[in-house]
Design a protein around this ligand. Structure first.
Ligand code: XLS
Ligand code: CA
Ligand code: CA
Length: 441
């Protein structure tokens, strides 16, 4: 096992069970434990987000770097990139996390120009390949950073400048190549700058057409090179742009349908983006899942008192339980996984805080998984839900839903049946049932 950047953690984090008081041990994440027909590790497919965990410095709008990071010290950009990657794989191994995700510009420095950036990326892909082979760690998804470079300040695919769209297209080509080369199981599109600030200078229809064309170009390229990973779109309502075209799951699904892209994409749902959109995490998961399009998850949380994307590690058991209910109901995430798109707080400046953070997130989801499986096995919610719609199984309900009843026939039926009597929705009782499952684990 690699052992250079986290010397105080000299063995993989152990599972010690819920009675353990060891802060550096799992209380629920027993990776080999069977839940239904899969192990906990197979269900959860955790991934480390390279940008926050390896590249984060602790700086914010009001102050500079605060984190102690031995891997950021090398004198050259490529030296830094290599040390960062060694530290990353050491962390993955010590946490027992099998997947990671990156943006092209996280793993390789930008360089002086586009060609240099491409060369740097190739160098780092070769380096990553070696480390993946040595450790068995795999790439959950790759993506292109189409938001940091100032040329993208007015959009990438949706820029008013065709030169910029071409630059973004060329960059995405290389990022897909890198993902394919590393056996990436998915490729993500998050349109950080694909939106607008003011209608005074914007043609929404044209920009949406550009975005669709851009995605079609990516699909064509994927097919041409035989990349078999799943394409994913990650909705977010705002930040950095005021209005983003992929605001939430429903908006994104409509966009994909409208522009004939729906067969080529699934969604990557992020918890904090859901709450920024004014939805709950489980609402976004459920909307994507109902459309058969829930592909992967960015596992984090926001802060109820702050209106921005705080990207905190998930710790809320109620939320992880409800998320896992949705995931289990659709029999898993397929090639997707749970990517910790989350960062430690600015004051958590010690590298060991990265371990506490991931351990907490992994335990919160493992615990949520166990509870969710029990809720599903016992039909604790589903039997109530099924009964609630019971009036559609026969009679006028079945006739309307099968297309056999017209408005006139519904009226005829109503005139003999009389006024409807509503059954209680029993929300409080169901909330108590969920709590009773949470309390008993
Ligand atoms: C930013 C997004 C981003 C995507 C990948 O808010 O979460 O990190 O996951 O580009
Ligand atoms: Ca994300
Ligand atoms: Ca985010």
């Amino acid at each position: 096992m690699l052992n250079k950047f986290f010397p105080t953690i000299n063995k993989p984090i152990p599972y010690e069970g819920k009675a353990s008081k060891n802060a550096l041990a799992f209380k629920y994440y027993d990776r080999q434990q069977l839940v239904g027909s899969k192990t906990i590790a197979e269900h959860l497919r955790f991934s480390v987000a390279y940008w926050h965990t390896m590249m984060g410095t602790g700086s914010d709008m009001f102050g500079g770097p605060s984190f102690r990071r031995e891997w950021h010290k090398s004198a050259t950009p490529i030296g830094r990139a290599k040390e960062t990657m060694e530290a990353a794989f050491e962390l993955f191994q010590k946490l027992g996390i099998e997947y990671y995700c990156f943006h092209d510009r996280d793993i390789a420095p930008e360089g002086e120009n586009f060609s240099e950036a491409c060369k740097n990326l190739e160098t780092m892909v070769e380096f990553a390949k070696g480390l993946q082979k040595e450790t068995g760690v795999k790439l959950l998804w790759g993506t292109a950073n189409l938001f940091s470079n100032p040329i993208y300040s007015q959009g990438a695919a949706t820029s008013p400048n065709a030169h910029v769209m071409a630059h973004a297209a060329a960059q995405v080509k290389h990022a897909i190549d890198a993902t394919k080369e590393l056996g990436g199981e998915n490729y993500v599109f998050w349109g950080g700058r694909e939106g607008y600030e003011t209608l005074l200078n914007t043609d929404i229809k044209r920009e949406q057409q550009q975005m669709a064309r851009f995605l079609h170009m990516a699909v064509d390229y994927k097919q041409k090179i035989g990349f078999t990973g799943q394409f994913l779109i990650e909705p977010k309502p705002c930040e950095p742009t005021k209005h983003q075209y992929d605001t939430d799951a429903a908006t994104t699904l409509y966009f994909l349908k409208e522009y004939n892209l729906i067969d080529h994409f699934k969604l990557n749902i992020e918890a904090n983006h859901a709450t920024l959109a004014g939805h709950s995490f489980e609402h976004e998961l459920a909307v994507a899942s109902a459309a058969g399009k829930l592909g992967s998850v960015d596992a984090n949380r926001g802060d109820v008192l702050l209106g921005w994307d705080t990207d905190q590690f998930p710790t809320d058991l109620y939320s992880t339980t409800m998320a896992m209910v949705v995931v289990l109901k659709q029999h898993g995430l397929g090639s997707g996984g749970l990517n910790f798109d989350a960062k430690v707080r600015r004051s958590s400046n010690d590298p060991v805080d990265l371990f506490h953070a991931h351990i907490g997130g992994m335990d919160a989801f493992a615990h949520g998984l166990l509870i969710a499986q029990k809720i599903i096995d016992d039909k604790a919610l589903s039997s109530f839900i099924e009964e609630r719609y019971g009036s559609f199984r026969s009679g006028i309900g079945a006739q309307m839903m099968s297309g056999k009843a017209t408005l006139e026939e519904a009226e005829q039926w109503l005139l003999t049946a009389g006024a409807p009597v509503l059954q209680s929705g029993r929300q409080e009782m169901l909330e108590n049932i969920v709590n009773s499952y949470i309390f008993s684990y």
